[in-house]
Design a protein around this ligand. Structure first.
Ligand code: C5J
Length: 225
């Protein structure tokens, strides 16, 4: 089958070969629980201010995809209220004083439908955008994401969201193994640990883009425009 690259986006470790008709943006877990005081991230002792700082860049990227008429998919890490999709191995780690499913200042932590689980209002999905509720760190595990992407003919994914080395990197690895070409938007992703973001990007792009590429929000928006 002939390749259908339409342009290149400046990226590391080399230019990303864009297929403009087959690319989607996946925004990982930009939820209040990871970004606001009182949420899951804060309960683990993290500086959530690191996450709120990227909101303008994530917003710019989402708007770039919307303007280009390209799909935007949002994910939310969350569990059913009866905890039937929360393995004890996940629930029993973290902060024993505020476990997933416990009642916190923003409702039950990481439970579907609770206030703290919602996507940040600045980045809220608009009508027609898909929201994937995921019980794992990776967005393909136990979700319809793979089928949705296949039905839409998606072959390439731009990733944004948090945290770089946990849910973003896990999902990029899942996508890479499923044959998607993955491009991480550098300023639109963040970690609670700056050194982990740097390391994750190095791991992703090493060995000739073994997991994928990294590029700037500006270059990605320019590429898809
Ligand atoms: C974490 C995530 N870090 N969205 N979740 O627990 O990265």
């Amino acid at each position: 089958m002939p390749e259908k690259h339409t342009a290149e986006i400046k990226a590391e470790p080399f230019a990303f070969p864009l297929k403009r008709d087959a690319i989607a943006l996946v925004v990982i877990d930009m939820q209040r629980d990871f970004a606001e005081p009182g949420g899951f991230g804060a309960s683990l002792g993290n500086d959530v201010g690191r996450i709120t700082k990227i909101i303008p860049d994530v917003k710019r990227l989402i708007e770039g995809f919307r303007m280009a008429g390209l799909p935007v998919i949002h994910t939310m890490e969350c569990h059913r209220p009866d905890l039937s999709d929360l393995p004890p191995a996940k629930r029993n780690r973290g902060n024993p004083a505020l476990k997933i499913g416990d009642a916190g200042p923003m409702g039950r932590v990481l439970i579907a439908g609770e206030a703290g689980t919602a996507i940040l209002s600045e980045l809220a999905p608009i009508d027609g955008e898909i929201v994937i509720e995921k019980p794992g760190k990776g967005a393909f595990y136990a979700t319809p994401l793979g089928d949705i992407l296949k039905a839409r003919g998606i072959e390439q994914i731009v990733f944004a969201g948090v945290t770089t080395e946990v849910c973003v990197q896990t999902t990029m690895r899942e996508a890479n193994d499923r044959g998607y070409e993955c491009l991480l938007a550098e300023e639109a992703t963040e970690s609670y640990f700056p050194e982990f973001k740097t390391a994750a990007i190095a791991m992703i792009t090493a060995q000739g883009a073994i997991v994928g590429w990294v590029g700037s929000v500006d270059d990605i928006i320019k590429g898809i425009a």
